[in-house]
Design a protein around this ligand. Structure first.
Ligand SMILES: *[C@@H]1O[C@H](CO)[C@@H](O)[C@H](O)[C@H]1NC(C)=O
Length: 298
């Protein structure tokens, strides 16, 4: 009979060999496993549910294809339609209704179910100022609430976020933020966005993206907050801002005037750290994933 000591030595050697040859990956890269969530830069999809060629669409890839590409931060706009359903709608459900939030969440859940080493963040807007319990219902009906990350304190200080490896081990692979109306005392996993982030202006029509000011919360300090850069370009058509699809390859380029890299460099110069999130329209066009790797120094 081999001794216990021999066996444990054998196990140790075996696990270090396994480790060497099949290093664990978190969100597609081993480096993220040991990096705090609040120290990672995510390139995200703005209005991720509005896919297609209508003037008010924002994305060229389906939600599943965005996730397959590597997008791990998904923003979505919600409203109620005339039937009372909580849907993903652009400004109004009469203008563009991309279906039920519950269905959208089900698509994200399927991705998490079949990709066990991935952490996804959802940022939802609450355009109709609904009670947070209505969001809770959609999350529970889709089943995705079981993946939700619940911080150990509220709000969790920027330096206290776990790393992706720990989040994956704990099975808490979904981080959820709501722009307005969150109430963690009622629904503990739907977090108040502006306790955690500041954002740069949206509705940008200047293709140089030559600024990185704090827009919301107004008058906020950058200290202690992660930050979201709204790097998507609108064009003014007869007084209405619509997503500028034609400019996507330069807006979403990695380097060059008006690119992801150029605006991020400007932001880093101001705040001393890289953006936590860079939101894009047409995330399937340009260099989204390459830019994300560079923001993270990978
Ligand atoms: C992560 O930390 C490194 C080292 O301090 C810093 O250079 C980088 O900008 C940080 N990234 C984010 C998103 O905080």
């Amino acid at each position: 009979m081999p001794s216990v000591r021999f066996l444990s030595l054998f196990t140790l050697v075996l696990s270090s060999i396994t480790h060497t040859f099949a290093q664990r990956q978190c969100n597609g890269n081993a480096a993220y496993c040991s990096r705090s969530y609040s120290n990672i830069s995510f390139v995200g999809s703005h209005d991720s549910a509005f896919v297609g060629s209508e003037p008010s669409d924002n994305q060229d890839l389906s939600l599943t294809d965005q996730m397959n590409l590597g997008i791990r931060f998904l923003q979505g706009q919600t409203h109620k339609n005339i039937l009372g359903d909580l849907d993903l709608c652009h400004t109004s459900c009469l203008l563009l209704d991309a279906g039920k939030l519950e269905t959208y969440l089900g698509t994200v859940k399927s991705f998490l179910d079949s990709n066990a080493n991935e952490v996804i963040t959802l940022l939802l807007t609450n355009g109709d100022s609904l009670d947070v319990s209505e969001f809770d219902t959609a999350f529970k009906n889709s089943g995705i609430n079981t993946y939700a990350f619940v911080p150990s304190s509220n709000p969790l200080p920027i330096g206290s976020w776990p790393n992706l490896g720990d989040m994956i081990d704990a099975g808490t692979r979904l981080v959820v933020f709501l722009d307005y109306g969150a109430d963690e005392s009622k629904v503990n996993y739907i977090l108040n966005e502006f306790n955690y982030y500041f954002e740069t202006p949206y509705d940008v029509t200047d293709s140089s993206f030559n600024e990185c000011n704090i827009d919301r919360p107004s008058g906020a300090s950058a200290d202690g907050r992660m930050y979201i850069v709204n790097h998507f370009l609108d064009e003014d058509i007869l007084g209405i801002d619509v997503p500028d699809r034609g400019a996507a390859s330069t807006t979403n380029a990695d380097q060059g005037t008006g690119s992801i890299g150029a605006q991020s460099d400007l932001c880093e110069g101001l705040y001393g750290r890289a953006p936590n999130v860079v939101l894009l329209d047409w995330s399937g066009t340009g260099d989204a994933m390459k830019a994300q790797g560079e923001l993270n120094g990978l």
